[in-house]
Write a protein that binds this ligand. Sequence first.
Ligand code: ADP
Ligand code: MG
Ligand code: MG
Length: 254
Amino acid sequence: MSTLIIKDLHVSVETEQGTKPILNGVDLTVASGETHAIMGPNGSGKSTLAYTIAGHPKYHVESGSITLDGQDILAMSVDERARAGLFLAMQYPVEIPGVTVTNFLRTAKTAVDGEAPPIRAWLKDLRGSMANLRMDKSFAERNVNEGFSGGEKKRHEILQLELLKPHFAVLDETDSGLDVDALKIVSEGVNRAKDTTGMGLLLITHYTRILRYIKPDFVHVFVDGRVAEEGGPELADRLENEGYDRFLADTNVG
Ligand code: ADP
Ligand code: MG
Ligand code: MG
């Protein structure tokens, strides 16, 4: 049992116009085994939260804390965060010239576990996970992100999730750019990883569509860089029907 606690988190970025505050006091607690959906309008700071947890250098923590079982995540390097059990897919958004998917995944697994996985068992796991995600074998020999379609990037992300077996995963807009068939396959992959690892999941999404396949235990609505409302799965149903207008109207009045 493991707990990720985010307390009164304030985060800014440097822009040409100066320091821009983006997160304005985020409070969130995720225990292993729980799925939390982070929803909210565009520009409300959802991706900023994901990048901050991942340790992206562009995002400056002004105050507040992120701890994993009491350990200070913000004091850790990106690699240390991965070793502590956080899944950081967004750490690798770029092409890695000359590095194949196979080598990338094995290197990542070795970094996370602190030792290289035995080769036969590893290849078996890799092939099994790729088959689960209906990925062609040839995908393993391609260079990371080179010419990947949107759907291939998402499958590669879930392939990492299945193989690295983190304690906590943050998935940002995993549903974007996927057709229904791909969304089902990717969601099954996430659910499988949840079932086998008992991980905690922060599922960031603008739309409710993915929540039909990955059931959240809690829903948090982000507005203006903080949690404006939270509830159970019924809150997602309400957002599906009403959209975010109610929250945006509140913002304008304030
Ligand atoms: P969301 O994921 O909810 O759409 P983001 O976290 O991407 O929101 O963005 C929140 C706000 O912060 C937006 O106004 C966005 O333009 C701004 N922002 C995010 N990242 C940067 C950045 N690197 N430089 C400048 N502004 C940024
Ligand atoms: Mg955005
Ligand atoms: Mg975003």
